[in-house]
Design a protein around this ligand. Structure first.
Ligand code: CU
Length: 580
């Protein structure tokens, strides 16, 4: 606590609040939660909203730099809606560039989805757009810009939708915990740096990129011999994140760990924490030492409650968690980055000013051969490796997704493609794997197999066809795509209105990718094709192959992309077009 910029920030936040009131935005401001602790977020509720996108100076690291904000705050205000209501949101853009707001995870008409180039033209500088749609669901969601890299610069905020009927998950206390990653860098400069030096944050370490370059230049065999065998190879743990705490400051509700955003409770009360990962590039592992976390919802959808001690949350996912602290003591909500390079925290406290110990970050995990599904570097031109032989047999031309002899087939577009630096050979769903760095850590960690929807899927038809998509990339060039094809060069995926399809995602990279389909639910299924849970964002770790079922019940053009912002910008995105 007590960083010199702390008081500046408080002044700034107060200034924002007053600015909002003088702008008349106070009309919709009605704090839902009593101001029991300082720096509680603004809550706007009702069915008509005025949001203004603008530039606001912030001081998070000790330097004052501009952020992109909503109504002058970072993150933006909490929007609290009611299931069944028709909401109207007037969004004004005061930036000197086109902007947009996308309502992440919401089912709505395509022209209300907020993706420039698909849903609409975007909101021009000085212009505005009236979003208007009926709210067809309840739970915890979020909103963010879908224009260039504005989300990284702060343009995001929470959405809470109260159910029409009394909420069975209602608790004495209810808090949003919005996690994010902040950089003082202009996000466009960060992206340019990744293109130029993708290992910038991994200086002085042997990286996966180095290995792949060696394999390409000297051949796989020589490189493997040199390193004593693939399985024994120790790659840099920081490869788990493209960008780490060298660049990022991790935030919770816009506060640094030192600023220690605090949520109050009285001992014995039930506290609902609505975790939203609004980070551009960071997976967080979250726990509260001393408390059992009862996970009650995933991506806004109620699940059968499951007790854990820790969970991993991918960018764009949300988890609702209920805790019941019984002691008159403070608890640390600890969120460490997956690569262990840094963390943020908030405190649950019976009184302002109390805090608990902050755990030491866990040991840095190492990628293993298994983590990559026995991956191989992709074949370079003229080189025949095991990977090339498998990739070139043509048996996979229909994307049918049949494994040949236990080996994963690959689309022909991946072969001799400089945008593909590796292919997985034996991927598996591994839905019961807590994930790299979380195995055997002595804690009960949430796994995807623990996520069981409270309700059966709306559509229980068997999928009539399979669309297999490979997540691909070249880490060194920092290019990303599906099947080796970047968004700019890809044709839309066409779905017929009303059809039920299975989308199978095969991760041919060494990074984990949270894949998000707009406008329609992704019903995650287990390895036997049984329905597990309805999600809007599905994490696909390296070396895995995971399937979702989708009902094409929303006409129009929808974005389908990795929610690692720089991967999306690097090409890992498609248009899904649902047509009559
Ligand atoms: Cu999205």
């Amino acid at each position: 606590m007590g960083a010199p910029h702390d008081s500046d920030r408080r002044r700034l936040l107060r200034g924002m609040a007053m600015g909002g009131a003088t702008l008349g935005l106070g009309l919709w401001q009605r704090p839902l939660w009593a101001l029991t602790a300082p720096d509680q977020p603004t809550v706007l509720r009702g069915d008509a909203f005025d949001l203004t996108i603008g530039r606001t100076p912030v001081n998070i690291t000790g330097r004052t730099v501009p952020a992109f904000t909503v109504n002058g705050s970072l993150p933006g205000p909490i929007l609290r809606w009611r299931e069944g209501d028709t909401v109207g949101i007037r969004v004004r853009n005061t930036l000197d560039e086109t902007s947009s707001i996308h309502w992440h995870g919401l089912l709505l008409p395509a022209n209300m989805d907020g993706v420039p180039g698909m849903s609409f033209d975007g909101i021009a500088p000085g212009g505005d757009y009236l979003y208007r749609f009926q709210v067809k669901q309840s739970g915890t969601y979020w909103y963010h810009s879908h224009s260039s890299l504005q989300e990284q610069a702060g343009l995001l905020g929470p959405i809470i939708i109260d159910p029409r009927e009394p909420d069975p998950l209602a608790c004495e206390r209810d808090y949003v915990v919005l996690l994010s990653d902040w950089t003082d860098l202009d996000p466009a400069r960060l992206f340019a740096r990744m293109k130029k030096r993708s290992d910038y944050d991994n200086l002085h370490k042997r990286t996966v990129g180095d290995f792949l370059r060696d394999a390409r230049e000297r051949g796989l065999r020589a490189t493997l011999d040199d390193r004593n065998a693939w399985g024994a190879m120790r790659m840099s743990p920081t490869d788990l994140a493209d960008v780490n705490s060298h660049t990022y400051t991790f935030l919770a509700n816009g506060h640094t760990a030192a600023q220690n955003w605090t949520a109050l409770f009285a001992p014995g009360e039930r506290v609902r924490l609505r975790f939203i990962n609004g980070a551009a590039m960071t997976f967080f592992d979250v726990r509260i030492p001393g408390l059992t976390l009862t996970v009650v919802a995933a991506d806004g959808q109620s699940i059968q409650p499951v007790d854990v001690e820790e969970f991993r949350i991918a960018p764009a996912e949300t988890f609702d968690v209920i805790v019941q602290p019984r002691d008159d003591a403070a608890y640390t909500v600890f969120a460490q980055a997956m690569d262990r390079s840094g963390y943020t925290r908030i405190t649950l406290a019976p009184r302002i000013g109390t805090q608990a110990a902050i755990p030491a970050p866990d040991k840095r995990p190492l990628l293993t051969m298994d983590d990559m599904g026995h991956g191989h570097p992709a074949p370079a031109a003229g080189e025949i490796t095991c990977g090339a032989a498998m990739g070139m047999t043509g048996m996979n031309m229909d994307h049918g997704g049949h494994d040949a002899g236990g080996m994963q087939a690959h689309p022909a577009s991946e072969t001799r493609n400089p945008d593909v630096d590796m292919q997985t050979m034996s991927p598996a769903p591994r839905l019961d794997d807590p994930g790299i760095g979380l195995r055997d850590n002595g804690r009960r960690v949430l796994r995807y197999t623990d996520l069981r929807s409270l309700h059966a899927p709306d559509d229980d038809r068997e999928p009539s066809r399979i669309i297999e998509l490979h997540l691909t990339g070249n880490m060194e060039r920092f290019t990303w795509g599906f099947d080796g094809i970047r968004f700019a060069d890809a044709a839309p995926i066409r779905l017929k209105y009303g059809e039920r399809v299975r989308i199978t995602l095969v991760n041919d990279t060494m990074m984990e990718h949270p894949i998000h389909l707009h406008g329609m639910w992704s019903d995650v299924e287990d390895e036997h094709g049984r329905f597990l849970v309805r999600k809007h964002t599905v994490a696909v770790p390296p070396g895995t192959k995971r399937s979702v079922r989708v009902t094409a019940d929303a006409l129009g053009r929808w974005a389908f992309h990795c929610h690692m912002l720089l991967h999306m910008e690097g090409g890992m995105m498609r248009e899904v077009r649902v047509e009559e």
